[in-house]
Design a protein around this ligand. Structure first.
Ligand SMILES: CC(C)(COP(=O)(O)OP(=O)(O)OC[C@H]1O[C@@H](n2cnc3c(N)ncnc32)[C@H](O)[C@@H]1OP(=O)(O)O)[C@@H](O)C(=O)NCCC(=O)NCCS
Length: 231
């Protein structure tokens, strides 16, 4: 069962109570934090600008494609992301607070949750930063959210993302046909019957059961959610 109060974490208005998941490299060194984007962060200088820039530079890899603006990003955070009980978004920071990308979880439900909004925004000195972020988030999903299966969906031609997910232990579960449509100022891809598909690529579902994660990364899972800090 998911016991974490996701909305409560994001409605936080007190900067001293922020959820931060420490990111560690292969030698255990603290190389940064996944900072939960909560209400207290909305006015952090440059955050909305970064999220908007990163979304625009990665637009082609997502189901819904549009021109992101700072206004639209803020409205999405305030009206959709922050109030949702089944999703959470983190910004990737180094120990000095410099931002490098975002990494989220959606469709949080008893037993499972999905990676969401995974974007490498800019280069950093830390090798394999996105891999270490993925490991951090998986540890939190399995131990903190107590899910049994981590899932994700990715365009089947997105080799960089699939490479990252395979390194984390995900395996392909299903390949779903996609149809591309244009609406006003938006391009949308939807899962359809194979006979209706026109995208030229599929939507690949990938899965990672907790058991496989534990076996491949022995010692990676803290025994309780108390290992995660706020502040
Ligand atoms: C998928 C993704 C997160 C994988 O990131 P990754 O694990 O760093 O792997 P990449 O092959 O992209 O990067 C290889 C190297 O290029 C560099 N790099 C990657 N993205 C960069 C960026 N935006 N700016 C500068 N350098 C970048 C990094 O140095 C990285 O090496 P390092 O991890 O040792 O530092 C990244 O390619 C990305 O953001 N893609 C666009 C969005 C996307 O497809 N998201 C997934 C949707 S399902």
């Amino acid at each position: 069962m998911t016991r974490t109060d996701i909305v409560g974490l994001k409605e936080n208005r007190d900067p001293s109570k922020r959820l931060r998941l420490p990111i560690r490299n292969d030698t255990g060194q603290h190389v940064g934090d996944l900072r939960c984007i909560d209400r207290s962060m909305l006015d952090e200088p440059g955050l909305i600008e970064d999220l908007t820039t990163w979304r625009n530079q990665s637009m082609a890899f997502f189901l819904t494609q549009f021109t992101a603006t700072e206004e639209r990003t803020r409205s999405w955070l305030e009206n959709i992301s922050l109030p949702a009980a089944d999703r959470i978004l983190f910004v990737i920071c180094d120990p000095r607070g410099n931002r490098f990308g975002n990494f989220g979880v959606c469709n949080i439900r008893p037993g499972a949750a999905e990676f969401d909004n995974v974007i490498r925004g800019r280069a950093s000195d830390t090798r394999n930063l996105m891999f270490h972020c993925g490991m951090t988030l998986l540890e939190w999903m399995f131990s903190g959210l107590e899910i049994e299966t981590a899932e994700l969906q990715v365009f089947s031609h997105n080799e960089k993302a699939i490479g990252l997910y395979r390194r984390l232990g995900f395996a392909a579960a299903e390949s779903l046909p996609l149809r591309r449509t244009e609406e006003m100022d938006m391009v949308k891809y939807s899962v359809v019957d194979r006979s209706q598909a026109n995208a030229g690529f599929d939507y690949l579902k990938m899965e990672l059961p907790a058991e496989r994660f534990r076996q491949s990364h022995l010692g990676a899972l803290p025994t309780s959610s108390s290992a995660y800090r706020t502040g």
